[in-house]
Design a protein around this ligand. Structure first.
Ligand code: SF4
Length: 853
């Protein structure tokens, strides 16, 4: 059952030219446009056309604004009657959200809400009755019908109506349109509801006209690009020509602009100054950094505080103290162990912030928690108080775009008040969700000065006029669009009523109309498509394949772009300044050997990577614990003889006690992710590892531990290398053995390399002439592996002795020369990004800094 048969289109007198359109506007007619952009352009053209700075305000309105204006007039004319409340988009969305999220078996998501709202609006526009029997046909249509009824019931309770119901409401007033001649400009088609409105307006005596761009001879060419890249480069070259020819209205139309806008903007910025183009597509307010940061502040919950929130608090410029504590906050981001936790203890974070960033610590310490529920007015007050308390929007001056965005966000909080019509009280979670949804669904675009180039979507460009226009991406998949039926409206209704996207014939007709209007809007048009998208071949839209070809420019990729590039020779020789001190111990030499730029970045620029998240101790902390255990253990044991003399039980007790002593400081830090279960697993792993290590130590020739974790300074070419030796053993033959514990053995043996990238043992070998054995011991995964070199013959796997023709003192001399050479490079500031092995780059944190291709 449909309310009535779709009304036929009414006869409207056509206005054939823009001059007649503007004449009608001058004489008081209302121009109604299908979108905002056309409305703005017509007004702009009208003022240019009339050449006067003072005019009576012309009445040119987008369709929805026209209905709202009439609604206000009805309230004014019939002030003694009770009028229903007209819900705003925010209120309507919230009402739908309430209904949909309360359904037990449908998981609420924004996509579902959008589809339901769209289906409901289409049903109203096509005058479909919710009692139509075909809604019984599928579970989806049946459910949709129930939701529809719930929505209607809510509207009745609230004594409200929505914009989609305005036409019928307005027609219930007899003389609302009498004095309003109307011009319907550049509509593709009219919905049955719009036709009903037009009939009603005619019955009230309103004159109505139609206006569309006049058919005229234009030049339209087709460019079949090899791929998307060629299409883009030719388009840029074409735009640059048009700008050079002083054209002030150039348009690029991208049918899927909503998904492509970020990519296109990035690409355009490489070729065209940003003050010369404007993308006429707003973005969600919550995507702008200042609004996104504000939302994070409003969603802060001391009981559930995440790593992301903590990092944002430290680096956000939109917070009190962001300028005065800039350096301290940046240091905290790098150094604070607590930031490696996925979820943080709020109290522990404040305690650690207090020492270095007291302003931020104080802001968080005095942050007021939210109540469990509150009225909408109270929520707005709480949100505003929190932002004020946190010093939002910070200490830095805001640029024009950011300031506009800030103002929009403040306005958003006022719009939030509109929800009080729907729900007087909201729980905390719902209140925050509603705010997040509102910010996400609010489209924001900052105002910019007029630019010659506009980037538009297909619908926005419709009806507008340009000097030149380029329409890209016109494949057969793009136009005509494929039919796309709603799952919530009975299919037979969608087809029989020719509803949006229901019939291929309708899509074809729209596509023809759109292209025709684009051609009529400009003297010069280029339509283009890529013949390949990735590996997929494309055909042109059948609506454009007959057009004469566009002749591509040679060297389009380099025009106007490469000419601006300056040649610059990098200097990779930056000697140490006389006042400059450099530190880094053996790591400095190791990095210089691996890649000079890496050493430069780490030890002279002090670049370090951001700490990564870790559950429990991270790799570096595990290494430190292991070193500590070995130190404590050998301080207690002192020699191999003592080790051998201990019973298994006594040794195990000692190991157990030492492991607990070593791990205790980490447990004390009380990191939330180092739970008692993970602690038990870690302790068991360490026990296995230490036992395996001691079993290996028992097989070595006898030794006494001479030094543990002892520091030395070794000077090379005027740089003091501060080294800390893990362990130094003295053997029964009065020689010494240096031991370095590793979590994994170096892939190559440094004593055989020309440019040793694990040079610590070689450096230690220079300390003492008695040292004749160098050992790396890998402590990992309950397994002990050894790699070493000795002047003695030691029959243990992994330890090699010198070759027949080699002499230990000569080897020491060779290592000294190699290390001196590396130190000399450091002194001279030799820092090109040339790694000794390509694989070094895979484990390097400075790829973005060195810009190695
Ligand atoms: S990424 Fe490669 S070239 Fe760049 S600094 Fe690191 S190791 Fe050197």
């Amino acid at each position: 059952m449909i309310d009535s048969m779709p009304p036929s289109p009414i006869d409207m007198q056509p206005l054939l030219t823009k001059d007649t359109l503007f004449a009608a506007l001058t004489h008081g007619a209302t121009i109604i446009t299908p979108n905002n952009r056309l409305c703005h352009q017509l007004l702009e053209d009208y003022f240019a056309h009339t050449h006067t700075s003072v005019n009576p305000k012309p009445r040119c309105l987008p369709y929805q604004a026209f209905l709202q204006e009439r609604y206000k007039k009805a309230r004014h004319l019939y002030a003694n009657q009770v009028h229903p409340l007209l819900l705003t988009t925010t209120q309507q969305r919230h009402l739908w959200q309430q209904i949909l999220s309360s359904h037990p078996s449908y998981a609420y998501h924004e996509g579902l809400q959008q589809e339901i709202q769209e289906a409901w609006t289409h049903c109203l526009q096509w005058n479909i009755d919710h009692q139509h029997p075909s809604f019984q046909q599928t579970p989806q249509t049946l459910q949709f019908q129930r939701w529809w009824l719930q929505f209607e019931k809510k509207l009745t309770e609230l004594q409200a109506l929505t914009e989609a119901q305005l036409e019928k409401y307005l027609l219930s007033y007899p003389d609302l349109f009498t004095s309003t001649p109307a011009v319907w400009a550049c509509f593709d088609d009219f919905t049955p509801q719009q036709r009903l409105l037009q009939q009603g307006m005619r019955e009230q005596g309103a004159q109505q006209y139609g206006y569309d761009l006049e058919d005229k001879p234009t030049t339209t060419l087709l460019f079949a690009a090899k791929d998307g890249e060629e299409e883009f480069l030719q388009m840029i070259a074409w735009v640059q020509q048009k700008i050079a020819a002083q054209e002030s209205r150039i348009a690029i139309v991208i049918p899927d602009l909503d998904t492509q806008s970020h990519r296109i903007q990035r690409l355009l910025q490489r070729h065209i100054p940003s003050h010369q183009f404007n993308i006429s597509l707003g973005q969600s307010l919550s995507d702008f950094p200042i609004a996104a940061h504000a939302l994070v502040w409003l969603n802060l919950d001391p009981l559930n505080f995440t790593h992301h929130q903590a990092c944002l608090l430290l680096h956000s410029p939109y917070l009190a103290g962001s300028k005065s504590e800039f350096i301290a906050r940046a240091d905290m981001m790098q150094d604070n162990r607590i930031l490696q936790e996925p979820t943080l203890s709020f109290t522990a974070l404040i305690a650690s912030l207090k020492r270095t960033t007291p302003i931020l610590a104080d802001l968080l310490h005095t942050l007021s928690p939210y109540p469990l529920d509150a009225s909408i007015t109270e929520w707005v007050h709480l949100f505003k108080s929190r932002l004020t308390h946190l010093g939002f929007p910070g200490e830095y001056p805001l640029d024009s775009k950011t300031y506009q965005c800030f103002q929009r966000f403040v306005l958003l909080l006022d719009e939030y008040l509109q929800l009080s019509v729907i729900t007087p009280i909201l729980k905390k979670e719902d209140a925050l969700n509603a705010l997040n949804t509102l910010a996400k669904s609010t489209i924001f675009q900052s105002k910019t000065s007029k630019t010659p180039l506009q980037l538009l979507g297909l619908l926005e460009a419709s009806g507008c006029t340009f000097d030149s226009i380029w329409v890209s991406g016109l494949t057969d998949q793009c136009l005509p669009q494929k039919s796309r039926l709603s799952a919530f409206i009975p299919l037979e209704l969608q087809r029989s009523l020719a509803m949006p996207h229901a019939l291929p014939e309708r899509e074809l007709q729209f596509a023809e109309q759109s292209l025709k209007r684009l051609q009529n809007g400009s003297q010069n048009s280029v339509f283009s498509y890529p013949r390949l998208t990735g590996d997929t071949p494309n055909l042109p839209s059948p609506l454009v394949d007959h057009l004469p070809p566009f002749i591509a420019q040679d060297n389009a990729s380099t025009t106007h772009t490469l000419s601006k590039l300056l040649e610059h020779n990098e200097n990779y020789q930056l000697p140490l300044m006389p006042t400059e001190s450099i530190s880094g111990g053996t790591t400095l030499l190791a990095n210089q050997a691996k890649c000079p730029f890496r050493a430069f970045a780490m030890h002279r620029l002090y670049a370090i990577r951001a700490p990564s998240l870790s559950d429990g101790p991270d790799a570096s902390e595990r290494g430190q614990i292991m070193h500590k255990i070995m130190e404590l253990l050998w301080r207690a044991l002192e020699s191999q003889q003592q080790l051998l003399s201990l019973s298994e039980v006594a040794l195990n007790q000692q190991i157990d006690a030492i492991i607990r002593d070593a791990i205790n400081p980490l447990i004390q830090e009380n990191s939330p992710s180092f739970s008692s279960l993970i602690q038990d697993v870690e302790i068991a792993r360490l026990k296995r590892l230490v036992s395996a290590c001691l079993a290996w130590e028992k097989q070595r020739p006898p030794f006494v531990v001479e030094a543990l974790e002892q520091e030395f300074i070794i000077p090379l070419v005027g740089i003091d290398f501060r080294v800390r030796i893990d362990r130094l053993d003295k053997t029964s033959t009065d020689t010494k053995c240096v031991i370095d514990y590793k979590s994994s053995l170096p892939p190559n043996k440094p004593w055989n390399e020309e440019r040793p990238d694990a040079p610590q043992l070689l450096l230690y070998a220079l300390l003492d002439n008695q040292i004749n054995t160098l050992l790396f011991i890998q402590l990992k995964s309950g397994q002990v592996l050894c790699s070493g070199i000795s002047d003695d013959t030691i029959r243990l796997e992994g330890i090699s002795c010198l070759k027949k023709d080699e002499v230990w003192t000569e080897k020491q001399q060779q290592w000294r020369q190699q290390l001196t050479q590396l130190a000399q490079e450091i002194r001279e500031g030799h820092c090109p990004p040339i790694p000794t092995k390509e694989s070094t780059c895979q484990r390097c944190d400075f790829l973005h800094l060195c810009r190695k291709e």
